[in-house]
Design a protein around this ligand. Structure first.
Ligand SMILES: [Zn+2]
Ligand SMILES: [Zn+2]
Length: 256
């Protein structure tokens, strides 16, 4: 399994892109940095996009990739929970802001949307996919993806602390987790449903207690302005837990 981090930040700039992961070139999770990272043929190779939640930085490229595929007479499968579907159809895919690719072209719409339910494993493009609820300001799920040869990654989506229930359902070899802010912003992080290095440390301690091991950990969704601080604080957590925890970055390739 190859996991390619297309976007690893919560702000977009010349040097940072919004969140998107791509697995084996065919399965994308979140759509913040898809179109700006991939050639048109690479976009056409994607079979399915999983969305963790409705926030703009995670869904932004849906209309953009749909237009590219529409012009190529191609199609894409999008999977998300029902609150995300409701938000997208109410506010984005509605023929007001842009063409509604859920219904266009009428004979074969570009987007085929499937609603998924948390904790009901599903086969998507050959992968076993499990959505697990996490703790953010809007309904959000993380995704555990298991490849046909049994390699497993879990991506948290945006989440605050309190992941013990979530950990009960997943057993990844690689954990891609959000870290949005540095430790001095803990109050903000708790309120907005995000993690800091010290909050992640507590979550990893609870993971190890429950599972008896720790996975390799890569962090995403950093505020670029806090990245140096986050990096130093993550290094402390990594050595305290004696486990590999590294910052993700755009273009990073992780092979399992
Ligand atoms: Zn969010
Ligand atoms: Zn976000």
């Amino acid at each position: 399994m190859n996991v390619h981090l297309l976007g690893a930040h919560e702000c977009e700039s010349q040097n940072s892109k919004l969140i998107s992961l791509l697995i084996d070139d065919v399965l994308a999770i979140d759509a913040g940095g898809l179109t700006s990272s991939l050639s048109l043929p690479a976009q056409q190779k994607i079979k399915a996009i999983l969305l963790t939640h409705q926030h703009y930085d995670h869904i932004r490229d849906i209309p953009a990739i749909a237009m590219n595929l529409y012009l190529a007479e191609a199609r894409i499968n999008i999977y998300a929970t029902s609150p995300v579907y409701d938000a997208l159809t109410a506010h984005l895919l509605n023929d007001k802001l842009y063409r509604n690719f859920l219904e266009q072209p009428p004979e074969k719409p570009t987007i085929k949307f499937t609603i998924i339910e948390p904790l009901k494993p599903q086969q998507i493009s050959g992968y076993s996919v499990l959505a697990v609820k996490v703790n953010h300001s809007v309904p959000t799920v993380g995704y555990q993806i298991t490849s046909p040869d049994g390699k497993t990654v879990f991506y948290t989506g945006d989440t605050g602390p309190g992941l013990t229930n979530c950990w009960e359902h997943v057993s990844p070899r690689l954990l891609i987790t959000e870290i949005t802010a540095s430790n001095r912003y803990e109050d903000f992080a708790r309120e907005a449903g995000h993690l800091t290095p010290s909050l992640l440390k507590q979550e990893l301690i609870s993971f190890r207690k429950l599972k008896g091991y720790l996975p390799q950990v890569v962090t995403v969704h950093m505020n670029p302005r806090l990245e140096k601080e986050i990096e130093a604080e993550i290094a402390d957590v990594s050595s305290a837990l004696d486990n590999s925890i590294t910052l993700g970055y755009e273009g990073m390739q992780l092979d399992l």
